[in-house]
Structures are given as C-alpha cells and as structure tokens.
Design a protein around this ligand. Sequence first.
Ligand code: SF4
Ligand code: SF4
Ligand code: SF4
Length: 305
Amino acid sequence: MNRRKFLAVVTGGVAVASGVTQVALPACASESAAGRPDEQIGVLVDTTTCIGCRKCEYACARANRPEGVSVKQFDDMSVLDTPRRMTAGTLTVVNRYVNPADAARPIYVKVQCMHCLRPCCVSACIVGALHRESNGSVSYDASKCIGCRYCMLACPFEVPTYEYNNVFTPVVSKCTFCYDTMQARGEPPACVQMCPPNCFTFAKRSELIALAHAKIEAAPDVYYDRVYGETEVGGTSWLYLTSRPATELGLLDLPDKPTPQLTETLQHGIFKYGIPPLLLYGLLGIVMKVSAAEEETDASKESVQ
Ligand code: SF4
Ligand code: SF4
Ligand code: SF4
C-alpha cells in the first residue's frame, strides 16, 4: 500500500470513528467559485504529434527549479521504459505507450496538474493554500500550507506530491500553469513555448474545445472521438486529443461529475463537529504506531520461524 492509499484508508477510518461520514456537502469547488469556463484559458495537447523528446520536461524544470538544470539531463530516453508520475521536484513527465495500431510509432503523453474547473484540491485545503485564479490556473501559496496533505488525497488525478525534506517548511508540489511567471508576463507556459512539433495550443478553453472537435471531424482516422478533460470531473483546463482511448494511455477513467471526496467530507465534518485537526493527527499517529508495531511483530514472528 503506497503512502497516498495508506493515508486515504487511515483518514477514512478516523472519519468513520468520528461519525462524520454522513455530512452532505458539495464535492469540490462550486461552479461560482470556478468562474465562467468559456472565459478561461487552457492547453490542448495533441498527443498524436508528440515525439517524446522531453523538451517540455526540461522547460518546466528550467522555469521552476533552475538550479543545476541542464538540457543534457533530459536526453536520457531510457526513463521512458517505465511509466512515471510527478515527484516533488518534477512537475510534469512524459510517458510512452505501445501503439497497437503501429508498433513502430509509440504514443507519448505528457501529464501534469489538469487545472480542474472544480478543483477538489482547492476545496479540500483547509487554509486556502490552493486557489483557483480567475483565468483557470490553480495556484499554490507555500506560505499558507500546513502540510496536512488533504489536497493529495482529494485530487482525482493523483497529482500533488509532497516534499519530505524539511518538516518545518512543508511544500506541496504541482504544476502551477506558470501562473505567476510566464503567464504573469503575458506569455504561454514554459512547456508550451518549448515543444518542437507544437503539440500544445494555448488559448481560451472554449476555443480549444471547438478546435479539438474540428480536428476530430477533419481526421476521424487519426483521432479517437473524445476530448479528454472536456467533461471529466466537471472539466479541466488541460485537454487531450488522442489516437486511442485516453484510458489506454495512462489517463484515468473518471466520472463527469466531481466525485464526493472523503477528505472534503472529513474536513467539513471536523469543523461541523468541532473536532480539532490536532485530534485527527493524534488519531493518525496512534494508527500509524499500531500498524508499525504490528509490522514489527510480524517480522519477528517470521524470523523465529
Ligand atoms: S488535477 Fe488535482 S491538483 Fe490539479 S487542479 Fe485538479 S484536483 Fe487540483
Ligand atoms: S505549465 Fe509551467 S509548471 Fe505546468 S508543466 Fe508547463 S512548464 Fe511546468
Ligand atoms: S516537448 Fe512536445 S514533443 Fe517533446 S515530449 Fe513534450 S509534448 Fe512531446
């Protein structure tokens, strides 16, 4: 069980124990908080033209963590042998998939935060460290973050990661859409600017959806007839055109409606019933200690046998 699943199970247990699972709440950020989707910007990723060069990864690293980043680090294509997820220091990754229609031409898919129209991470954050900006970017303010990691549990795309290096300055890590850097200067995000075959279109989301459907209509033999992100969990700012069903390409199969989130229920329950977060963490600590003790007992039993 990975850390994300472990925390989900544990917080679920605590929620049940606290009797807060019956709290009826909207799942994710409300429509009004999301603003008018047709006025907001987005990126259309045409995966059929991606060559897997990792230049977008390099551009992102250079824009966000410039110290010690060199283009050479991104020449290593062996990393594409295994599907990857984002890490604390890597806000976007490109993955390679076998193309059943043409084995000689694999399919490459760049992933990052989807900048949801109704972001569950924002509604799960109890201190407002995550915020949906009026242009659709979901930004993060590390100075407000208390390191509770509710956002990690809430995100249906499993995007946010956590820097464990320094316990006193918790930092959640995810793509910022270059909101306060490139976009603040009126430029497209760094990854969009760098892509050699121009896989990305940066424009108003409503225009991107129209463009995506026009492309599908013009070349039905090239594109699978669905725009990933148009409706998933209420819609996302990053949209994908693919030649295969998106779920064959590492993009998660998600419902159109933002799903009820355990963490949001828990979080609102905490406040509704006046359960202080410290109590929650106390309970989490007990559960973790018990499971560690059980693991130790199991290990010593095995060594005796
Ligand atoms: S993909 Fe996850 S982290 Fe990004 S905006 Fe949506 S819920 Fe938040
Ligand atoms: S939009 Fe900016 S932060 Fe997000 S993946 Fe692209 S370069 Fe990285
Ligand atoms: S820079 Fe463009 S072509 Fe290269 S891996 Fe990224 S999306 Fe694909």
